[in-house]
Design a protein around this ligand. Structure first.
Ligand code: TRP
Ligand code: SF4
Length: 328
């Protein structure tokens, strides 16, 4: 039997190239080897977006389209929406009975996010419980592996502690999930900072190739290279970070040599990048255009996937209720 994998994304907008090389490519690869469930976690989006819920539905469909366009395959994996499997909420509630508040206050992302998202009031019960809900997402499917980035490791660690505490208090129901770290490729945004929707520096993964070309051609470079005759340093240039992801060793050697000696211009360098980048992303754009015309299909994928997920979730909840003395 294949080992179980769960991972999720919050529906906070269209995905960008950082998601593709940071997470999705890995997920797509894992589909054959593991029994994968991927969730669009809309309640998690609410923990920070509760004041404006107008975008959530559209964002859920956008993520589903991006997932399908990138190669997540409903024939191989289960693609679900968190709120369509309300058992996650029941498990979250039961966990909340025995999870000590200090465990949650200690999670590094908790205080960081409160500081980073100052414009939002995150002093809520739901936001503090974010990682408890995440533990419920993972444990309800008894997932053994959770593919995530470095920033999520503390949440998976908390899921392990919750599983352990449940198993000790009641009955051994849950395996302890392990993070499966995504190989960290650094893909900065067009201004050199981390690619992020909130910085408006992202290249969407299913963006029109014309607009991708435009963004790459105006992308920030080594600021010391003001003129074509100034030598540059690829190691501090965001364009070169993209080369590391999209082009081969030979092209990168050409860039390093040409940049340091001012033998090539930044436009040459960017055009070389686009030669390899565009053929990779163009099919995603075309697939998106196609899927946007078949929203019925996209909705079916999510409702079928959520139905299948719900069967597993219900069976886990039977064990949970039984072991907590809630079977009447
Ligand atoms: N917290 C995750 C993130 O921000 C999203 C998430 C919610 C998740 N539930 C999950 C990831 C379960 C992995 C497993 O990226
Ligand atoms: Fe960056 Fe390439 Fe210009 Fe060098 S040549 S500064 S690596 S864009």
């Amino acid at each position: 039997m294949k080992k179980k994998v769960f991972s999720g994304m919050r529906p906070t907008g269209r995905l960008h190239l950082g998601h593709l090389v940071g997470a999705l490519d890995n997920w797509v690869e894992m589909q054959d080897q593991y029994d994968c469930i991927f969730g669009i976690v809309d309640w998690h989006a609410l923990t920070s977006e509760y004041q404006d819920v107008s975008q959530i539905k559209e964002n859920v469909i956008d993520i589903a389209i991006d997932w399908l366009a990138s190669g997540l395959d409903p024939e191989k994996s289960t693609l679900m929406v968190q709120s369509l499997v309300p058992e996650h909420a029941e498990l979250h509630l039961l966990f909340s009975m025995f999870v000590p508040i200090p465990w949650l206050e200690r999670v590094p992302t908790y205080k960081e996010q409160i500081v980073q998202l100052k414009e939002k009031d995150l002093s809520t019960y739901g936001f503090l419980g974010y990682p408890v809900l995440q533990a419920a997402d993972i444990l309800i499917y008894k997932a053994e592996f959770v593919p995530v980035g470095e920033d999520q490791v503390s949440h998976i660690e908390l899921s392990r502690e919750i599983a352990r505490r449940f198993n000790n208090l009641y009955a051994p129901v849950f395996p302890e999930p392990k993070p499966k770290l995504t190989k960290a490729a650094r893909l900065p945004g067009t201004d050199g900072r981390k690619m992020s929707k909130s910085y408006r520096n992202e290249i969407q993964l299913s963006e029109d190739p014309k607009s991708i070309r435009q963004k790459v051609l105006t992308m920030m470079t080594d600021p010391a290279r003001m003129r074509r005759t100034d030598p540059g340093n690829p190691e501090i240039c965001p364009v070169f970070d993209h080369h590391k992801v999209f082009t081969d060793t030979e092209s990168r050697e050409w860039v390093v040599e040409g940049c340091k000696s001012a033998g090539i211009g930044c436009i040459d360098c960017k055009n070389r990048l686009l030669e390899d980048m565009l053929p990779l992303v163009e099919p995603l754009y075309e697939k998106r255009v196609e899927l946007e015309k078949s929203l019925g299909y996209v909705n079916d994928v999510l409702s079928e996937g959520s139905k299948a997920a719900r069967e597993i979730a219900s069976s886990t909840m039977d064990d949970v209720r039984q072991s907590m003395g809630l079977k009447y």
